[in-house]
Write a protein that binds this ligand. Structure first.
Ligand SMILES: *Cc1c(COP(=O)(O)O)cnc(C)c1O
Length: 404
């Protein structure tokens, strides 16, 4: 019998990382700016930019740091209003607060994507937008970009959990002015912690590089496409020399050594993750009480977890379902039901004016989250699907009539 898998275990880090780390431990050269060239962090930036299809990449300490630096690099005034989805991780409104801006929340639909009507209604009151592709679910980027471009409003993509997702064949993160990714352990590439900012905008990346902690002339070690310092980039750095504060959010060479050998694994992880997700989605959609929302037509997903909505269940039945699944060995997070959940907007009480979002709240009260690491076997996927379906059956048992 296959036991329920431990869904919190990641894949082993490829063996290549060990050699690179040994060399770093031998030399003690852990700081990205010590070596004159070819530091692991610098190499990672070039490789990542090529992989994703952007001109520039800046590796930093987390995706939160990348989001913060993107907002800072846009040069927004203090108290600028930044529109974000009402369904995302607390890191997103936190990065807005950290950048001295004000988060404005918009509604998210039952398919976990930005509600374009509410987005449009709020857009004229903001100076910037962060689109968070929460759990890798891509909002309608065609509608969002045309609305924002028409108003000259910059879009930052929080692609923390979307590495490998495409929209009309184009990598998510390359559509807005800047894209931010995470290398935290629950994402497609795992370094424990880490993030990267990508953009085609020389001025934006120059500002972000300096603020990330490239003091003095360390920016000379940041290269554009093809490894050269384009005149455009040189001029941008010269413009901002000594004019920006340093927040020191750099990545260490050790993290880059863990990340680089995982980049060639990405295509396989995306393929396996999508196959696993769609297999479990098909099985769950066989239940009248479960709905796994489909992708939008231009979207190709890269999932390492599955989200689904419980249909026609009361709060008590929802609780009974989660308890029955857990008793059988599968942890289900119902976003809105677990206490102090960091993805439930009403818990972001650090935001000065916290609005009510009725549609997003209703979605969160029935939306479930189950991790599906890409390494799972078909047997393990079946165990998970069987348990979830059995738990629905248990929660929705017809109540026996009195006396029987
Ligand atoms: C993980 C995650 C973040 C935060 O990433 P860190 O690297 O941990 O800062 C932000 N947004 C989303 C959607 C995430 O999934």
């Amino acid at each position: 019998m296959t036991l329920p898998p431990n869904v919190h275990d990641a894949e082993p880090i490829p063996a290549g990382a060990r050699r690179a780390i040994d060399a770093l431990l031998q030399s003690g050269d852990l700081f990205r700016y010590t070596a004159p060239q070819d530091a692991p962090v610098t190499l990672l930036e070039g490789e990542f930019a090529r992989l994703i299809g952007s001109k520039y990449a800046l590796a930093v300490s987390s995706c939160s740091a990348a989001l913060f630096l993107s907002l800072k690099a846009l040069g927004l005034p203090r108290d600028a209003r930044v529109l974000i989805p009402g369904f995302t991780f607390a890191a997103v409104p936190s990065s807005v607060m950290h950048a001295d801006c004000l988060p404005v929340l918009c509604e998210v639909g039952e398919n976990y994507r930005v509600d374009i009507a509410d987005f449009t209604a709020k857009l004229d009151s903001v100076q910037a937008v962060i689109i968070s592709h929460m759990r890798g679910h891509t909002s309608d980027m065609d509608a969002i970009m045309s609305l924002c471009d028409a108003r000259g409003i910059p879009v930052i993509e929080d692609a923390a959990h979307s590495l490998g997702t495409t929209w009309n064949g184009r990598n998510i993160g390359t559509i807005g002015r800047a894209g931010c990714f995470s290398f935290q352990s629950y994402k497609m590439i795992n370094a424990g912690e880490g993030g990267i900012l990508i953009t085609d905008d020389a001025d934006l990346v120059a500002r972000a590089v300096i603020m990330s902690g490239a003091y003095e002339h360390n920016w000379q070690k940041h290269k554009g496409p093809d490894g050269d310092n384009s005149a455009e980039l040189e001029q941008a750095f010269a413009r901002w020399q000594n004019r920006l504060p340093l927040y020191n959010l750099r990545m260490s060479n050790l993290s880059a050594a863990v990340i680089r050998p995982q980049l060639p694994e990405l295509a396989r992880r995306v393929r396996d993750g999508l196959r696993n997700h769609d297999y479990v989605a098909d099985r769950l959609n066989g239940s009248p009480f479960i709905d796994v929302p489909p992708p939008l037509p231009p979207e190709r997903r890269a999932p390492d977890s599955i989200q689904f909505n419980l249909i026609g269940m009361s709060d008590a039945e929802t609780d009974a379902f989660a308890a029955a699944a857990e008793a059988r060995g599968v942890k289900v997070q119902v976003f809105g039901q677990s206490q102090d959940n960091a993805r439930a907007f009403w818990n972001w009480r650090f935001i000065p004016v916290l609005p009510e979002l009725p549609a997003t709240r209703a979605m969160l009260m029935r939306a479930c989250d189950v991790r599906l690491p890409v390494r799972l076997s078909r047997d393990e996927l079946n165990v998970i699907a069987d348990i979830l379906l059995a738990a629905v059956g248990e929660a929705m048992q017809p109540v026996p009539a009195f006396g029987t």
